[in-house]
Design a binder for this molecule. Structure first.
Ligand SMILES: Cc1ncc(COP(=O)(O)O)c(C=O)c1O
Length: 330
């Protein structure tokens, strides 16, 4: 059991560090930027999904599941981390990956291969189609006497989001011990669970910090609805007396990039280089690089008041760098 009073299984290295990025802050001027290092949560190279999996897999174990099924894109960090968590817990795992099977395995796929994952590729246009296939697979497994447990894309349901409720509480406790007032929390939004959990956590802790999501996929109107819905589900699970309306959610959708989800953007790559050069911190091309591009642009546009303390949740994703960015030597 946890402070949140929900079953939880230990999978991550927590708490993650909260560090002032003094060089980056100086270069941007006017604001103080801190990194919450959720890229270092462990589980086969870290990232934000580990916190969600601590709650989701505790539920699976409680229900005596013996095989976990989940889904994600070809370079999904969620499937890689779910696979690592299942290996740690001794559970079977099947990864239903959305996209064509590539000729070579790089990045997250390579790590999944190293963990000897059961990877199944579905060249379809939506996760609904994979959901139908997952239902069939679950029926087949049940007929063989197995007890499967399905985790939706990104682990972004109320229970998974509780991992980020807990992260917000961890963050405020660290900030309090550093006498730090948090004004903003900035994070990449892919399926909404991270933002939803943070929104709930800020309210449970009764703080004024604003959560600012940077979309890497859908329009902000879609994410405002999704985040509010997931947050309400977490609130019900936690038995809290809160309401989070779509209009209260701040999401920017200007930084998805020219080529859309899963493809590096010019601004994102510049942000990756800038962060690497100033802080020696490595971001990724699909999520954290685009979120940092958003943060930098919003600082330049004066969105954050002078002197604001901004927490950037480094949600990880580093393995995708090795599939997507090729640099020559000069
Ligand atoms: C590295 C990384 N950062 C951010 C996100 C976004 O988190 P969420 O899906 O909870 O919005 C994801 C997953 O989608 C991710 O893998």
């Amino acid at each position: 059991m946890t402070g949140l009073n929900l079953p939880r299984v230990k999978l991550c290295q927590l708490p993650t560090d909260l560090d002032l990025a003094s060089n980056l802050s100086k270069k941007l001027g006017d604001v103080n930027i801190y990194f919450k290092r959720d890229d270092n949560t462990g589980l086969a190279i870290g990232g934000n999904k580990g916190r969600k999996l601590e709650f989701l897999l505790a539920d699976a174990l409680k229900k005596e599941a013996d095989v976990i099924i989940t889904t994600g894109s070809i370079q999904s960090n969620h499937t890689r981390m779910t696979c690592a968590a299942c290996r740690k817990l001794g559970l079977d795992v099947i990864l239903m990956l959305k996209g064509k099977k590539p000729a070579q395995f790089q990045g997250n796929l390579l790590l999944e291969k190293l963990m000897n994952a059961d990877m199944r590729f579905f060249d379809v246009s939506s996760y609904n189609e994979i959901g139908i296939e997952a239902d069939k697979l679950m029926d087949e497994l049940r007929a063989k006497g197995k007890n499967p447990y399905f985790i939706p894309v990104g682990g972004s349901i109320g229970l998974g989001a509780c991992g980020y409720v807990d992260c917000a509480l961890e963050l405020f406790s660290q900030a309090d011990s550093q006498n730090l007032r948090i004004d903003y929390i900035v994070n990449a939004v892919g399926s909404g669970g991270t933002s939803a959990g943070l929104e709930v956590g800020v309210r449970l802790a009764k703080r004024d910090a604003k959560v600012v999501g940077i979309s890497v996929d859908s329009e902000k109107s879609v994410f405002k609805q999704d985040i509010s819905r997931i947050a309400q589900d977490s609130i019900s699970l936690l038995g809290a007396d809160l309401e989070i309306l779509p209009d209260e959610i701040i999401v920017f959708d200007e930084y998805i990039g020219e080529s859309g989800y899963g493809k590096p953007s010019r601004q994102g790559v510049e942000a990756i280089k800038f962060t690497a050069e100033t802080e020696g911190i490595i971001l990724d091309p699909v999520y954290s690089g685009k979120a940092m591009a958003g943060l930098i642009d919003l600082v330049k546009k004066g969105f954050f008041e002078k002197g604001s303390n901004i927490i950037f949740i480094h949600t990880g994703g580093t393995p995708a760098l090795f599939d997507m960015l090729v640099e020559n030597s000069d």
